[in-house]
Design a protein around this ligand. Structure first.
Ligand SMILES: *Cc1c(COP(=O)(O)O)cnc(C)c1O
Length: 412
């Protein structure tokens, strides 16, 4: 039987990309950085508020329009330090989106406070400000807005509601390195912005994290929290000592990580511009074959960052086609896609007892259903492919969408 190019590959047609498209290599490496790492190694200035670390923290804060940067071991202790510095602890509730990496919730548990999960917006997949406001109780002390995948939480709405109710705002920017909301860096809008440099993030050093803030007092407190109580610039034997009651830790990272990150920082903006270009090419291919939509950028994103490119098939002709079948159909065309997060409280690693957290309204339909059962994700190195490959990716989605009826009839 002859195969027809207008048939889906899963139904005997020829695949839209016979040579499967691969994402760009990740993480990026270069010989200059390797040489500088060797020099740093030989210098012996590896940790403890080293000049390399200070230079990176300053540059990273400036890149995001924030006054202070406090460099740390990962993007979980950054969140914990922010909460500690803000004085959040036992008896407090912290509102956060149901859809995020577990770390956002675990940081709240680590300080003995209660996470309160609220639903996300179907457009951006980020914290729904109305749901957050409805979940406020007299015990609420902070809200963590997560900029997720390729969307940004509505920073205007979140900071406004926090102001009305006298809450602290932490931005979890683990997915949003270099992103700008209304022209100003993410992480500089809330009281604290927390970033992760874990290997899969868009700026990475294997492990690492940073807290940004414009508040001098919070910067000092977070620095002390991560550096067993020392203030920035203090040396052993010359300690002013942390404020009474501030629980301090060793959350330090090394100068090696700071050097790797500082070298990548200069390319971050170009990277995001390339990512957005690829996203636009893919989205343009979808216009004539409705079915898949791209996760909305932040409402006022002037430079959107990406951890993943997310497409959704939650409305229109594909709405009733099972996700597993769509994944098979896409794979047969040459595009193999992975999974994304579900709600934190359904994650296999989240072993907290139900008494220690709360799900606002008892459930979060968008996070539980749309964001799990209707999403198709590509990690950000997929956005660093050339324009022709981007068009091909878009055409694969469009081809599958155009055959919605064939897929539906195959399921009955
Ligand atoms: C990765 C991530 C974190 C935690 O960062 P680590 O460096 O892995 O500890 C926090 N929040 C979100 C949304 C993340 O994706």
């Amino acid at each position: 039987m002859a195969t027809r190019s207008d048939q889906l590959a899963i139904q005997g047609g020829s695949p839209a990309c016979p040579v499967p498209i691969k994402p760009a290599a990740w993480p990026p490496v270069d010989n200059d950085t390797a040489d500088q790492l060797r020099e740093l190694y030989l210098s012996g200035q590896w940790s403890f508020d080293s000049p390399t670390e200070q230079a990176f923290a300053r540059a990273y804060a400036a890149h995001h329009d924030a006054r202070h940067g406090v460099f740390m071991a990962n993007g979980t202790v950054t969140l914990e330090s922010a909460l500690v510095a803000l004085g959040v602890g036992p008896g407090d509730e912290v509102i956060l989106p149901a859809l995020t990496w577990m770390a956002t919730a675990m940081a709240v548990h680590y300080v003995g406070a209660t996470p309160v999960f609220v639903d996300v917006e179907p457009t951006t997949l980020c914290l729904d400000p109305a749901a957050a406001e409805a979940a406020i109780t007299p015990r609420t002390s902070a809200v963590i807005a997560v900029h997720l995948y390729g969307g940004m939480a509505d920073l205007e709405a979140v900071t406004a509601l926090a102001k009305r109710h006298n809450l602290a705002v932490i931005e979890d920017c683990a997915h949003m390195q270099g992103g700008k909301w209304a022209g100003r860096g993410v992480g500089s809008w809330g009281d604290v912005g927390s970033f992760s440099f874990q290997q899969s993030k868009t700026l990475s050093s294997g492990e690492g994290g940073i807290c940004l803030t414009n508040d001098d007092r919070l910067a000092d407190r977070m620095f002390r929290v991560k550096h067993i109580g020392y203030a920035s610039g203090e040396r052993q034997g010359l300690a002013s000592g942390p404020p009474a009651g501030l629980m301090c830790h060793n959350f330090r990272a090394t100068a090696f990580q700071a050097l790797i990150l500082h070298n990548q920082l200069g390319q971050l903006e170009d990277r995001l511009v390339r990512y957005n270009r690829t996203r636009d090419i893919i989205e343009a291919e979808l216009t004539d074959a409705p079915g898949f939509r791209v996760q909305s950028r932040g409402r006022k994103a002037t430079l959107q960052g990406y951890y993943n490119l997310i497409l959704l098939a939650d409305e229109g002709p594909l709405a009733d086609v099972p996700r597993s079948l769509l994944l098979e159909a896409l794979a047969a065309e040459g595009l193999r896609l992975g999974g994304t997060y579900g709600p934190v409280y359904r994650h296999a690693l989240y072993n907290m007892s139900a008494q220690t957290y709360r799900v606002a309204e008892g459930r979060c339909p968008v996070a539980e259903e749309t964001a799990c059962n209707r999403v198709f994700g590509m990690s950000h190195p997929w956005l660093d492919v050339d324009a022709e490959s981007a068009r091909t990716i878009g055409r694969v989605f469009a081809k599958v969408a155009a055959h919605a009826e064939d897929l539906l009839s195959a399921t009955v």
